[in-house]
Design a protein around this ligand. Structure first.
Ligand code: CA
Ligand code: CA
Ligand code: CA
Ligand code: CA
Ligand code: CA
Ligand code: CA
Ligand code: CA
Length: 683
């Protein structure tokens, strides 16, 4: 298998977090005792996973026996089933995996000798409880396996790890009760959607489905946190390292306890350090390490809702023992709860509508974070010949046609956000685009045309008193220009440019032959970093997103009040920081404000006419060979008939993580979505 170099290049080691107390120390906080022991024992135990009953407190412990198959225990430690049909090393479980026929609770097993991931559906109402559900053949012996179901899209993947550092992830689809890889080669063989090499020996993995984080234990190095979503990988972080850099010694097992209000505990079983806990909510704050009475080593940890199952592996007859969260909290002497009050079963996000993308643009010229924002010029004479103008913040402005094909790449500056307005002149309408240029802290202006033989984007020089000394662009007083939008009030055209400091400058813009006259008319501000903005020309309202706080409303007039009103606050549920791009619908049917809720990869629509009441939220998901949009910066929406593909308008979203049909990383691009599909889905 060819490693994906792009993914590897995205992986940057960031400074270690969460190790505020004496790395390298091996002092234990205390010792916990266990209450219940599994009633049977086997020569070896390797890993386990808990299936939690949906309606009551009961659960089952599904334990892999490394040679003796799989044993299933109830919450009192009584063995209720055992099979020797498979010899797995590790196990994981995902609830409610969608299938062509209902949904299944799905087990995945790492079958080391067969070099396979084996799948079983789990149903305790059946006598054997487990039913074979297919497998995926690997070309290495897996040492661990973990399942991830995206709570918004339900997309499910399985990740296998190996002792030589390999990580592979497959996207799953279920036909009836049979699991298959969604991506296959021409022989029908499973193809991974992601693969990379961590480096050293990998001993365990677990996915936090609520945050989309894949934790991987590199046994003698530390615990890494990766993005779990193949469309949202980003860079990895080191949760904690082995001594002397960190608190760990030899990492054997991982599990995660989810709690209400977004908190949680990352549990680590470490052969030398004991049972170790980290708070998930606070940059992996190290909570300490404890011994377990009667255990020589703590190598296996499995989270149940009311207690932790710990593998006592060094006994002649190894068993699992249950330690209550009360006892654990005392042994760790922490004030915060260590329990698992939120079942992964209840993670399903409801209320987010899924909309399939219609098309996508060509990828941008630069890798990494490059594509940012777009604007749309609706060609009134020939809507099919409308243009998408978009930014590559590393180097220029693109023009795309409605098929997403790049017609021009105008390389100049570092344009961040872009907007478009049509200016009426004595000789007819002319289309002006402008962008915030981070290279010079300026506003750059362009004329937009779609004529045969003419490049769509032509720079327009700025003249007058406020021009940059090197380039004919409007010189702002901002330290770092960032967001940008345009507006037209009483036939006058304005440009609104904000800086990372929170200040926004409003400029008056005039077209004078083939040059632009631009002058600043006023300054307003929000407390912290803004970016996305949009002007509702009909009501002379400026909407401005403060990335960590919410959406502000200002009078957009040059002589309007400088006092804004925070109309929509980030709530961590519907709107999750950062709030990024903003755009509007303003037609006969709808008067809505749309925002990119970057933190949960969704878009929220608010009804302006109903005091910004939430209309709904949607996510843009894959459509055949075109991937969905995630981690979106800028958005744009223009309504009206554009083409048969966009009969009621077009919604454009930057996609942070663009992949091809084989899930190979490409440079970023923009997703194009039929507005009719979004409106239909929201109703
Ligand atoms: Ca496990
Ligand atoms: Ca824009
Ligand atoms: Ca952001
Ligand atoms: Ca931003
Ligand atoms: Ca941006
Ligand atoms: Ca994508
Ligand atoms: Ca793509």
């Amino acid at each position: 298998m060819k490693p994906n170099r792009l993914i590897i290049s995205l992986i940057t080691v960031l400074p270690m977090v969460g190790c505020q107390s004496l790395p390298g120390q091996t002092n234990k906080n205390g010792t916990a005792t266990t209450a219940i022991t599994t009633q049977t024992s086997y020569e070896d135990i390797a890993d386990a996973v808990v299936w939690q009953h949906p309606e009551n407190e009961s659960h089952y412990l599904i334990a892999t026996l490394e040679g003796d198959g799989v044993a299933i225990y109830n919450q009192n430690g009584k063995e209720v089933a055992q099979t020797e049909a498979i010899e797995p090393l590790a196990a994981d479980l995902a609830y409610g995996v969608p299938s062509t026929r209902g949904a299944y609770d799905l087990l995945a097993f790492a079958l080391e000798e067969d070099e396979t991931i084996g799948f079983y559906t789990f149903d305790p109402k059946k006598t054997a409880m487990m039913s074979a559900a297919g497998d995926i053949k690997l070309d290495f012996a897996p040492s661990g396996v973990c399942l991830y179901k995206n709570p918004t899209t339900q997309a499910t993947t399985v990740t296998a790890i190996s002792e030589d550092g390999t990580v592979v992830q497959y996207k799953l689809s279920m036909q009836g009760s049979l699991v298959k890889s969604s991506v296959t080669n021409s022989f029908g063989e499973a193809l991974p959607v992601r693969e990379f090499n961590v480096g050293g020996e990998l001993s365990a993995c677990i996915v936090d489905s609520s945050e989309g984080t894949l934790y991987i234990a590199e046994q003698n190095v530390g615990i890494w946190a990766y993005g779990a979503d193949v469309e949202n990988v980003k860079e990895r972080r080191l949760v904690d390292a082995v001594a002397p850099l960190g608190h760990l010694v030899e990492i054997e097992g991982l599990d995660l306890a989810l709690q209400e209000n977004g908190a949680g505990v990352l549990w680590v079983a470490d052969e030398g350090a004991g049972l170790v806990a980290y708070s998930r909510s606070d940059d992996y704050e190290y909570l300490g390490a404890i011994d377990i009475e009667g255990f020589d080593e703590v190598k296996l940890v499995t989270v149940a809702n009311n207690a932790l199952w710990l593998g006592n592996t060094e006994l002649d007859e190894p068993v699992y023992e249950l330690a209550s969260y009360d006892d654990l909290e005392k042994a760790f002497s922490v004030s915060q709860p260590l329990d698992a009050s939120l079942s992964p079963r209840d993670l399903t996000v409801t209320g987010v509508t899924l909309v399939r993308t219609t098309d996508e643009t060509d990828e941008v010229d630069d890798d990494g974070d490059a594509a940012d924002d777009s604007a749309f010029w609706l060609n009134p004479d020939s809507p099919e010949d409308s243009l998408i103008i978009a930014t590559n913040k590393q180097g220029g402005l693109m023009a795309y046609n409605l098929d997403g094909e790049e017609l021009q790449y105008h390389e100049a500056g570092e344009p961040n956000n872009v907007d478009v307005r049509t200016i009426q002149t004595a000789k007819g309408p002319r289309v002006i685009a402008a962008a915030s240029n981070r290279d010079l802290n300026t506003i750059a202006f362009y004329e937009i045309e779609n004529k045969a033989g003419v490049d769509p984007i032509t720079p327009l020089a700025v003249t007058g008193a406020y021009v940059n000394e090197d380039e004919p662009e409007a010189q702002t007083q901002l330290n770092e220009v960032y967001g940008f939008c345009m507006g037209q009030i009483d036939s006058e055209t304005y440009a609104y440019v904000n800086g990372k400091s929170g200040t926004l400058e409003q400029w008056h813009v005039e077209l004078n032959g083939d040059s632009i006259n631009a002058k600043p008319v006023r300054t307003i501000a929000v407390p912290t970093q803004p970016e996305g903005c949009v002007v509702d020309d009909k009501t002379a309202t400026l909407y401005l997103g403060e990335e960590d706080k919410g959406i502000w409303k200002f009078d957009a007039s040059a002589d309007g009040s400088a006092d804004g009103e925070l109309i929509i606050e980030i709530d961590g549920d519907i709107l999750v920081a950062d709030v990024e791009g903003l755009t509007l619908v303003n037609d006969n049917n709808q008067h809505w404000l749309l925002a990119s809720s970057q933190g949960n990869n969704t878009y929220a629509a608010y009804d302006i006419a109903a005091d910004y009441k939430l209309v709904g939220t949607f996510a843009i998901i894959e459509n055949g060979e075109i991937d969905g949009a995630s981690d979106t910066d800028g958005i744009e929406l223009v309504t009206g008939y554009i083409s048969d593909d966009y009969p009621n308008g077009i919604f454009i979203a930057q996609d942070w993580y663009n992949i091809d049909e084989q899930y190979q990383v490409e440079n970023q691009n923009f997703k194009l979505v039929s507005w009719a599909d979004i409106v239909k889905a929201l109703q």
